[in-house]
Design a protein around this ligand. Structure first.
Ligand SMILES: C[S@@+](CC[C@H](N)C(=O)[O-])C[C@H]1O[C@@H](n2cnc3c(N)ncnc32)[C@H](O)[C@@H]1O
Length: 314
C-alpha cells in the first residue's frame, strides 16, 4: 500500500500531450515554483519545501535508487507541494517548463565530471544557462552549491558570458537550510563549500525539440514481407543532431506482427522504444508502439519515418 501511495508524488510527463507542460493542470494551486536538479535522495528538497509551504516544488533526478529514497522521504513528511520526475534534468527543464514559469532552480553538489572526455555529462553548460534564462521568471534565482572551486568558477564564467544574468561573487562556506549526503561527505574530508547565485535579467533564445510533437505513421498497401523486416536489425542512421539504431527485432509466430527495439539519441538525450510493424486491413502499418512511450523527439520521429518509408518503397 505504501508503494502505491508514494507513487502519487511521482510524475510521468510522457502522459502529457502538451510540451511545455500546462503547469496550471499540474499545480492547480498556482504559487511560486521551484526545481531542484539532481536532487538525490530528497534531503534538501524536503527541508526546502517545509520552509516554503506556499510554493510548489519539482525534484528531478536520474538515478532510480535515489528516486525511491526521494519518494519515500516526501511521503513520510506528508508534503503535498512536491512532485518528482525521474529523468535527465537538462532535458526536463528545457522541454517541460514554459518560459518564465520557475522562481528558483537549485543545484546541490553536481557530479563535476572533471575529465575533458566526460565534459558533456556536466549539468552546467552553455545550453543549460540558456534554458535557465528562458524558464526562470525575471529576477528568478539559480543557486549552485559545490565542493569544487573550479566548477563554481566555470559556472560563474558561463553565466557572466551569457549576458543574461546578474552573477554574485562566489561565496565560501555559505549558510545552508540543511546539509545533503554529498555535502556531509565532502565536509568530512575538510573540503570547502562554494555557492554561486545567478539572477535572471534577460531571456536568451532556446530551441525546444518537443514543441512540434505530431508522430508520423505509414500504411503500406501491400503484403508485409517478414524477411525485409528482419533485415532491419542493425539499421543505423546518424546526422548532426540525431542518431537511431534498430537493436533487436521481436516477432509473433504468425509473422504478422513485429516489434523493433530501437535506440534514438537527440544531441545527448537517449531513449529506447519500439516501432510496431503489423498487418493491417489495407496491407501493413508502421508506427510507434503504444506500449512504451518515448518523448516524440526528432530522432524518434526520424526512426519511424525512415523505417516506414523503406518498407513502403521496397
Ligand atoms: C553528487 S550527487 C549529489 C546528490 C544530492 N544533490 C546531494 O547533494 O546529496 C549528484 C546527483 O545528480 C544526479 N544527476 C547527475 N546528472 C543528472 C542529470 N543530468 N539529471 C538529473 N540528475 C542528474 C546523480 O544521479 C546524483 O544523484
Amino acid at each position: 500500500m505504501k508503494s502505491v501511495r508514494i507513487l502519487q508524488y511521482s510524475f510521468d510527463p510522457h502522459s502529457s500531450g502538451e510540451f511545455p507542460l500546462n503547469l496550471a493542470e499540474l499545480f492547480p494551486k498556482g504559487h511560486a515554483l521551484a526545481v531542484e536538479v539532481g536532487c538525490g535522495n530528497g534531503e534538501f528538497l524536503v527541508e526546502w519545501a517545509k520552509t516554503k509551504k506556499e510554493w510548489n516544488f519539482v525534484g528531478v533526478e536520474l538515478s532510480i535508487a535515489s528516486a525511491e529514497r526521494f519518494l519515500t522521504r516526501v511521503f513520510q513528511h506528508e508534503l503535498h507541494n512536491v512532485i518528482f520526475v525521474r529523468d535527465d534534468a537538462r532535458f526536463i527543464l528545457r522541454e517541460l517548463f514554459p518560459d518564465e514559469s520557475v522562481k528558483q532552480v537549485m543545484l546541490n553538489f553536481p557530479d563535476p565530471w572533471p575529465k575533458e572526455k566526460h565534459k558533456s555529462r556536466r549539468i552546467i553548460d552553455p545550453r543549460f544557462v540558456q534554458t535557465l534564462s528562458a524558464v526562470l521568471e525575471y529576477d528568478g534565482l539559480f543557486d549552485l552549491f559545490t565542493d569544487q572551486q573550479w566548477y563554481a568558477q566555470d559556472a560563474e564564467h558561463l553565466f557572466k558570458a551569457s549576458g543574461a544574468f546578474a552573477v554574485s561573487n562566489i561565496q565560501q562556506d555559505p549558510e545552508r537550510i540543511t546539509s545533503t549526503k554529498y555535502e556531509r561527505k565532502w565536509k568530512e574530508q575538510f573540503r570547502q563549500i562554494y555557492h554561486l547565485q545567478a539572477i535572471k535579467k534577460k531571456r536568451l533564445q532556446i530551441k525546444r525539440i518537443l514543441e512540434e510533437s505530431i508522430m508520423p505513421h505509414f500504411i503500406g498497401k501491400k503484403q508485409l514481407k517478414p524477411a525485409l523486416i528482419r533485415g532491419l536489425k542493425g539499421l543505423e542512421k546518424i546526422d548532426k543532431t540525431r542518431v537511431f539504431k534498430v537493436k533487436e527485432i521481436f516477432e509473433k509466430q504468425d509473422e504478422q506482427t513485429f516489434l523493433l527495439r530501437t535506440v534514438a539519441v537527440d544531441e545527448d538525450y537517449l531513449q529506447t522504444f519500439f516501432i510496431l510493424v503489423a498487418s493491417h486491413e489495407q496491407g501493413f502499418i508502421v508506427k510507434l508502439d503504444q506500449g512504451f512511450q518515448p518523448y516524440r523527439t526528432p530522432a524518434v520521429k526520424w526512426a519511424v519515418e525512415v523505417i516506414g518509408k523503406m518498407l513502403i518503397e521496397k
